[in-house]
Write a protein that binds this ligand. Structure first.
Ligand code: FMN
Length: 389
């Protein structure tokens, strides 16, 4: 009797191993372009392992008792995705656009300052990875490289420049002009940072990074140097802008602008009245006001108030493809990735960010197929169950 044919083996797309078993790649291999991570969790572990402990804390930590930092993840965990079984779909399509910027996936990368602390190429590497993936960067004002250098590294990705709305006004308007000259299509004004958050872990670590990592746009010969900007951001007693002031200054931008840091219907109304062309529902990744609500929890209320007048982005706590689907189903048009991008950067520079984007997009496509969704535009609250806060 002939021996039975060996059972057909399913080809697995990734090396099967439990994430608990997966050792973080050794330090000497972290920057090699051939390191192939198979989950976002592996990238996070490798990225954090590559950093000095106080830099890892600067990246990971939130403000105060870190309640908002944890609330961001808890808000995603409380929600369920209600699938449409046997809904015939062929190929989940993740493409979309935001403020006229075409995107291969509903993702922007967040502005995070001090990027060269995570990898020597910082936001240059992020922009290059984004361009290859077909998404856009929000480039930080307090980053390690100038907005012009990032645009030169990847003009297709460097599309939005983040700014802090603080005096001197000539600096803010001057930055907007530089952005327009360098080909940026929009500005992103951070409205939740009247003063820097109470960063408990940084204080305990006596964290004192070289300010040059934050000075890419803040040359001491310009209107404001990095030490002065940080001095103002950390001084609780300085004068602050209000919506009226922002509206007045924004009239000089000659570019559309996005309000980043909206956490309720009232703030959304104020932002639109001040002229914002889009909003980012965000609590700054739990790094500013502790006890602020989770972004995901306030998203439905904001989406209802905005009622399609401007597009909505969401950040704070997005870590998986399922998170992206939940955010879009609850009213966001795109998500913004802070720490996920930085983990990729620390784990492998441009290649680490590229792999992060690839894995997140693949995970989103798998989640769409499982949920019975072919196009992002089909997502709505009917796909979401579980408890809001
Ligand atoms: C290390 C680090 C630095 C950041 N710097 C800035 C900044 O300079 N300006 C800003 O508007 N947001 C900044 N953010 C906040 C991010 O833009 C974004 O809102 C947040 O990271 C989103 O949450 P997530 O990290 O959970 O994705 C920073 C975040 C991190 C982690």
């Amino acid at each position: 009797m002939p021996a039975p044919a060996p059972a057909a083996r399913m080809a697995l797309p990734i090396t099967p191993r439990s994430s608990a078993d997966a050792p973080a790649p050794r330090a000497e291999s972290l920057y090699r372009s051939d390191v192939q991570f198979s989950t976002l969790g592996e990238i996070r572990r490798a990225g954090l392992a590559a950093l000095d402990p106080d830099v890892a804390d600067f990246l990971e930590s939130g403000s105060g008792a870190e309640l908002t930092l944890r609330a961001n993840r808890a808000a995603f965990a409380r929600r369920t995705i209600v699938p449409r079984p046997m809904h015939a779909t062929a190929s989940p399509d993740t493409s979309t656009s935001f403020l006229g910027i075409p995107l291969a996936a509903p993702i922007l990368t967040a502005p995070f300052g001090g990027d060269a602390l995570f990898h020597r190429d910082g936001h240059l590497a992020v922009a290059r990875a984004n361009a290859a993936h077909g998404i856009a960067s929000i480039v930080p004002e307090a980053g390690s490289f100038s907005l012009e250098a990032i645009a030169e590294a990847a003009p297709a990705a460097a599309r939005i420049l983040q700014l802090h709305p603080i005096d001197p006004v000539e600096h803010v308007v001057g930055m907007s002009r530089r952005a327009r000259r360098a080909g940026y299509g929009a500005l992103c004004v951070t409205v939740d940072c009247p003063v820097g958050g109470w960063r408990t872990r940084n204080r305990e670590n006596r964290f004192d990074p070289d300010l040059r990592h934050f000075a890419g746009n803040l040359d001491e010969t310009g209107t404001i140097g990095v030490a002065e900007l940080f001095g103002r951001l950390l001084d609780v007693d300085g004068a602050r802008w209000d919506w009226a002031r922002l509206r007045e200054v924004a009239a000089e931008f000659e570019l559309p602008w996005i309000a980043k840091g909206v956490l309720g219907a009232d703030a959304a109304e104020q932002a639109i009245a001040a002229g914002a062309s889009a909003i980012v529902v965000s609590n700054h990744g739990g790094r500013q006001l502790d006890h602020a609500p989770a972004s995901l929890d306030v998203l439905p209320e904001v989406a209802e108030a905005v009622a399609g007048r401007v597009p909505i982005a969401l950040d704070s706590g997005v870590r998986t493809g399922a998170d992206v689907l939940l955010a879009l189903a609850l009213g966001a048009d795109v998500v913004v990735l802070g720490r996920l991008t930085a983990y990729g950067l620390a784990a492998g520079g441009q290649h680490g960010v590229a792999r992060t984007l690839e894995l997140l997009t693949d995970e989103l496509r798998t989640t769409m197929a499982l949920a019975g969704v072919e196009r992002l535009a089909d997502l709505d609250a009917r796909f979401v169950g579980g408890r809001p806060a």
